[in-house]
Design a protein around this ligand. Sequence first.
Ligand code: PLP
Length: 344
Amino acid sequence: MTDIHALVRQNILNLKPYSSARSEFDGDGQIWLDANENPYGNGLNRYPDPLQLEVKYPLADLLGISPANLFIGNGSDEAIDLIIRIFCQPGKDRVAILSPTYGMYKVSADINEAEVIDIPLNEDFDIDFENTRQIIAQTTPKLLFICSPNNPTGNELDPEKIELLADAYQGIVVIDQAYAEFSKRALSLHKFLESHDNVIFLRTFSKSWGLAGIRAGIAISSPAIIDLLNKVKPPYNVNTLSQEVILNAIENHKAIMRRKDKLVEHLGYLKEGLKKLGVVKRIYPSDSNFILVQFDNAKRVYDILAESGIVVRDRSAMVEGCLRITVGTPDENDILIQTLKEIS
Ligand SMILES: *Cc1c(COP(=O)(O)O)cnc(C)c1O
């Protein structure tokens, strides 16, 4: 057992959270005169449920966990920021990341004035266990962010090494699984939740669910940590429309996941197409919906694609010569390959 509260900032432990009108009344209300809302109904005149319980019950069912293990945020980016704010005292506490990785960990840490300990992944973009363990022991960060499948490299990290790190670590491990549904090797939530109360998993509706526009992300953790997230979040952080869309998506989960499986197939074809091209130097393995591709002249390839209206992500500052390419529709992927062929 981890003493979670010993890791939390004192002001957050002391915090008396904002108590919203909707969370103070517990009963069967008929006439709502408590929240200064407009009484004339249009379906959106009332504040949303601050704890999104109607969404959490079916979502917890789907994930095979309890609603008490669930937090829903305005994107998982909101959860990342909240986690840093709960555990890291500005100017004092540190956050470890395994790079190259998702840029928001550092941005949120910088905003919250938490020093970032940058631990490199090995050549295969997997965890360099001994080095990571040593740096963590020396720098004692409050939080360790592990992104798996990792962005921008695309690969799943070794689950055994993740588990060994989590076992040995005295702080909070955040395992960002934004792309878990695309991976055949993703770490199992349940096993980890049972054995680790210091782990926070992040999931999102933005990628496999196809709902980036509603801004909804999920944190999955021990009830003690979920309570802290709920204490610090803005009261109405997930709006009514987004909650309705999530409920609807959960009902259509099977169809949405079939569409996701199609994307994994398209990614396979995209990879085959890329392999045949002269400009492509290296294709990194992917357990996600994008591929990291190394080119002889990434800047030139990027510019030519951009002139054709094809926008990819230049990651050459993070991994030399690399562009990150998201899988599109089969037509979009074909046009990309055709354009790259002309460059070759
Ligand atoms: C896309 C992405 C997210 C998702 O962020 P949202 O705020 O939920 O849209 C989180 N983590 C990683 C690594 C990502 O690539």
